[in-house]
Design a protein around this ligand. Sequence first.
Ligand code: NAD
Length: 336
Amino acid sequence: MAKLGVGIIGCGMISGNHFHALSKLTTAELRAVCDIDAAKLRKAMEEQHAEGHADWRELIRRGDIDAVHICVPHYLHAEMSIAALRAGKHVLCEKPMGVSLAEAKAMEDAARESGKTLTVCFQNRYNGASRRMKEVIAGGALGRMLGGSAFVTWNRAEPYYRDSGWRGRWDTEGGSVLINQAVHTLDLLRWLAGGLELRGCTMSAKRLAETIETEDTCDMLLTDAAGGRYLFYASNCGPNNLPVQLHLLFEKGEMHLDGARLTVRGPESTSLEDYTTELAVGKDYWGSGHGPLIEDFYRRLEAGEPPFITPADALETTRLLEKAYTDPMSVRRRPT
Ligand SMILES: NC(=O)c1ccc[n+]([C@@H]2O[C@H](COP(=O)([O-])OP(=O)(O)OC[C@H]3O[C@@H](n4cnc5c(N)ncnc54)[C@H](O)[C@@H]3O)[C@@H](O)[C@H]2O)c1
């Protein structure tokens, strides 16, 4: 069977994870790359042996491209994904699914109308520990989930924002620590809990108040359908990047995830399992999920199956983001 042709728009930091994952596939191959930065474009062309375009619209018009990976700043995700879907391409879009709920809905509509596949890169769902948590929950040994807590305490210094043309601004990043770094953990928690509602959120800028328009710190209270409470705290003010911590409480036990290490305790605090998985590719706090997610995306395309993370599913995480960024309690709120 002929290989699927792939194009990547955006040859910045995250593109390396996509290049690496694609290089392992036998069913798809990278054919074209695009970036408006001439040096990054040339480097990607040379290193990946791909053809290059400075204009993304040229790339999505190519007849030999079946799927496009969108690896550009947040404010371009919706426009590029929608145009690529309408041009008849499958789309793998980096997170987030748009910077607003309206954008996410337009992306979902474009996928449905085009009949092409759209997925969003929430690769942490593919981490071994995440999958194990989902399996244990589905198995029911711990009973009903009663609530949880999540902590994402990382370090992003001034130059990370100052030297980037798009981070730290409402119109281009759409927020900061929540929409960019902690969105993975929010998505994971929502996925594991089987749906969450936002009850209250406070966004503020503490360390980076003079550098960014957006938030460097966010705390939220969420609830599940049965009223279970979930605390969520994220900040880029830490001295270093700590492993993500996620704690889930059940009727008959608990689960604790500390980076790649998952501990599951059953009734009477007996340790059911102690499970550690690899976080190997790239920066370890991104997780190692890009490879499995990209491999699974192409496997499902070949099999004619829907993606593991559907547009309707990813959209629910953007719904939470939208509510969080417009919460009246916040010191830093998205301008309306
Ligand atoms: N899944 C993850 O864990 C993860 C990790 C890091 C970044 N990301 C996401 O990947 C995306 C890119 O982030 P990054 O860190 O690589 O940013 P980056 O700034 O390093 O790279 C973005 C690239 O897009 C290019 N670009 C901008 N406008 C363009 C246009 N109109 N046409 C073509 N190219 C254009 C820039 O020149 C730059 O090279 C973001 O959505 C980010 O949230 C995801």
